[in-house]
Design a protein around this ligand. Structure first.
Ligand SMILES: [Zn+2]
Length: 308
């Protein structure tokens, strides 16, 4: 069994032929600056559901279940729930907050309104839409602070709601292909949040994305807080092995970051082949593989039917 815990669904008409422009990770990272016209169209176009394409990729590469969240921009949590509704035996939904700001060229100077509406959105997504946790929260959408204690204070309304439901929340590490917010990819601030909410599973996605500058604070935060977890998106075999030896295999989950743009990557290999190869190259034992590929996700997200 394989659970992909990190997928972004929905696309835009501008990205339908993105494969013409994206072959490798490098192409993807520079897509916004190489193809500004196409990128800018995604800020105004109506989003389209691409979950059929996702399911076809999952089938092709042997992925049984997927946790889907909105891609950056105007895609709503309600739209993500529609994708789950269309594929109820394969997909589970994760909500996002502030991801419209992540795609735009500017974050709000005073994000108080986003903070104030967070608790209601979380309740709606869990109680009405049946979502099982929070996807990647780019915290700049909720705070303009740079001190970890002040950041933690700005996240109180969201984190109190998360703590009420005891669902996992993902925070991204390192860079993204989107403008702004890079400062918050250094996860040292997450230590403060993790310490204040010991019962909330906090997933630092991408584990520093193969960059030592980000990987080392990931490990420090992970060592200090038992409730901190990671996914393998963009990590390399060396970092995965170090994390396994330091923290154990119960703290790491499989994820691909599949999206309208990432699904285009096919050099040196298709996205899923690339992500799964990292586990091979890290010489994971069968127990480590099982924990990473599905057991940890099933336990943390309380998918009890899958563990029977
Ligand atoms: Zn992502």
């Amino acid at each position: 069994m394989i659970i992909d815990t990190h997928i972004h669904v929905w696309s835009y008409p501008a990205l339908v032929n993105a494969r013409d422009h994206i072959k490798s990770t490098k192409d993807l990272v520079s897509f916004r600056s190489r193809c500004p016209d196409l990128y800018d169209r995604t800020l105004t176009e109506e989003p389209i559901d691409n979950s059929d394409q996702l399911i076809s990729d999952m089938d092709k590469f042997g992925i049984d279940r997927g946790f889907v969240q909105a891609r950056p921009g105007s895609v709503t949590n309600d739209q993500v729930a529609l994708s789950v509704e269309r594929h109820p035996d394969r997909l589970f939904g994760l909500m996002r907050i502030g991801h419209d700001q992540e795609a735009a060229y500017e974050y709000m100077e005073d994000p108080t309104p986003v903070r104030e509406s967070a608790a209601d959105e979380i309740a709606h997504c869990i109680e009405d839409l049946g979502m099982i946790g929070l996807g990647e929260i780019f915290i700049r959408a909720m705070t303009a602070e740079v001190d970890p204690e002040k950041i933690a204070r700005d996240l109180v309304s969201m984190m109190d709601a998360v703590n009420h439901y005891k669902v996992p929340v993902q925070f991204p590490t390192a860079w993204s292909q989107f403008p702004g917010g890079l400062f918050y990819g250094h996860p040292v601030w997450a230590d403060e949040v993790a310490a204040r909410y010991p019962e909330v599973p906090i997933i630092l996605t991408k584990m520093g994305r193969s960059l030592i500058t980000y990987f080392e604070p990931c490990m420090a935060v992970g060592m200090r807080n038992e409730n901190v977890y990671f996914d393998v998106v963009g990590t390399n075999a060396d970092h995965l092995r170090q994390a396994l030896d330091l923290l154990g295999s119960e703290r790491i989950m499989f994820g691909s970051d599949w999206s309208a743009t990432w699904s285009c990557v096919r050099e040196p290999a298709p996205l899923y082949t690339m992500r799964l190869k990292v586990l091979e190259d890290a010489n994971c034992t069968s127990e480590e593989r099982e924990n990473i590929l599905w057991r940890n996700a099933a336990r943390l997200f309380k998918l009890h039917d899958l563990t029977k």
